[in-house]
Design a protein around this ligand. Structure first.
Ligand code: NIG
Ligand code: FE
Length: 379
């Protein structure tokens, strides 16, 4: 199938191509280039001058939950501070929910992601916080994405509030073995009100020993040990990175850890944004992701993340689009997605505009005309 009359094709493999075409064979990209040079194909689809980009890779989301926290959001906008403690509200609702309810919520959010141009997403557990509820969250998620991340160490649940170390031990001894068959990654919320550096290191090492890829929620609420722990355990990415010291930035660059920035969280908690420029100038690979969760960032819009990154975080438009596609792919350790060149999976989004710049230039407008995974339209 030849997609032709593409106004601007972002490949992430050299400069964007104008007046482009893309040939898809068996779910993969077989050729990209100028429309005038396109090879013959069985069928052709005229995109009428629309821009095409690689599908967004949302490398950080928390989609296994029930209920919402609209009241908490409203209170926060009226002046209450954000704290990690709000997670407990969602934990209570998630434990009450049946498997079909959790799956229906995930399916609803997946369809929102597709409508927003997302072709690959990660989801964490972390709102069960019992072995049973973490295990079923990941088992359900694993039917919908290969990138399921065990986040049993999201916060210490209320049953363990006086014995946090006993909870860490439960995570290591019982939860990781039960969850590992359904999980791809392991994550810890290493921050004020959650887990400290030693606890995070112990859990990530135990996850690694069970075959899971480590990643970490680091430095969202304050500077701390998270980046050092990420370097020690060989994390693929360190996520949030809102409060970074110069040493942290050096560690990220030196260990080639992707810095995953989640501006939806700063937007919805009215916090200062991370400075992407500082990271990019130091040679760090930056990813943008939604952090979709009912507490700190209840959005599935990658275009909104691009708008925020460009307007508030000193990223150029091409840098932001790259971070939302190729950056996310790198954060997930994927080499088959995040770009559109020969051999790539045919995962892409068609934009109702002549250039990808419109994604940032027209904030709050959903310009995604269609979303394709493996060469098939999903939205
Ligand atoms: O990534 N920071 C930790 N976890 C989520 C928020 C979870 C919640 O408030 O429910 C985050 O922002
Ligand atoms: Fe998160």
């Amino acid at each position: 199938l030849l997609f032709t009359h593409i106004g601007e094709l972002t490949t992430n493999d050299g400069e964007p191509i104008s007046d482009a075409a893309m040939l898809v064979v068996d779910g993969s990209v077989a050729w990209v280039g100028r429309a005038d040079d396109a090879p013959a194909a069985d069928r052709a689809t005229d995109l009428g001058g629309a821009a095409v980009i690689p599908g967004f890779v949302d490398s950080h989301a928390h989609l296994m939950f029930a209920g919402d926290r609209a009241a908490e959001f409203a209170a926060r906008m009226a002046g209450e501070p954000y704290s990690a403690g709000g997670i407990a509200t969602t934990v209570a609702a998630t434990r009450q929910a049946s498997d079909p309810e959790l799956e229906a919520n995930l399916a609803r959010l997946t369809s929102e992601l597709h409508s927003n141009g997302v072709t690959t997403f990660e989801t964490k557990s972390g709102y069960g916080l019992t072995t049973h509820d973490e295990e079923r969250s990941l088992r359900i998620a694993a039917a919908h994405t290969p990138h399921t991340t065990f986040l049993g160490a999201h916060v210490v649940p209320k049953e363990y509030v006086d014995r946090p170390d006993a909870y860490v031990q439960l995570v290591i001894d019982e939860m990781i073995p039960a969850c590992a068959p359904h999980a791809w990654g392991v994550d810890v919320f290493c921050d004020r009100g959650a887990f400290d550096g030693d606890q995070a290191r112990a859990i990530l090492e135990a996850g690694k020993a069970a075959g899971l890829l480590p990643r970490i929620h680091a430095n969202q609420l304050q500077a701390g040990p998270g980046i050092r722990v990420a370097a020690e355990v060989g994390a693929l990415s360190a996520d949030h990175c809102t409060h970074l010291t110069d040493d942290d930035i050096e560690l990220l660059a030196e260990h080639e850890i992707v810095a995953t920035l989640l501006p939806g969280a700063e937007f919805s908690t009215r916090s200062p944004y991370p400075d992407a420029r500082r990271l990019l100038d130091a040679g760090v690979t930056v990813a943008l992701a939604t952090d979709c969760n009912p507490g700190s960032s209840y959005t599935t819009s990658m275009p909104l993340m691009i708008s925020l990154a460009v307007r508030e975080m000193r990223m150029t438009v091409p840098e932001a689009i790259r971070a939302a596609t190729l950056g996310g792919a790198k954060a997930l350790g994927r080499t088959d997605i995040g770009f559109l060149g020969e051999g790539a999976r045919a995962d892409f989004a068609v934009i109702d505009a002549p250039s990808a710049t419109h994604l940032a230039y027209r904030p709050g407008v959903n310009l995604i005309r269609s979303t394709w995974i493996n060469g098939r339209a999903v939205a």
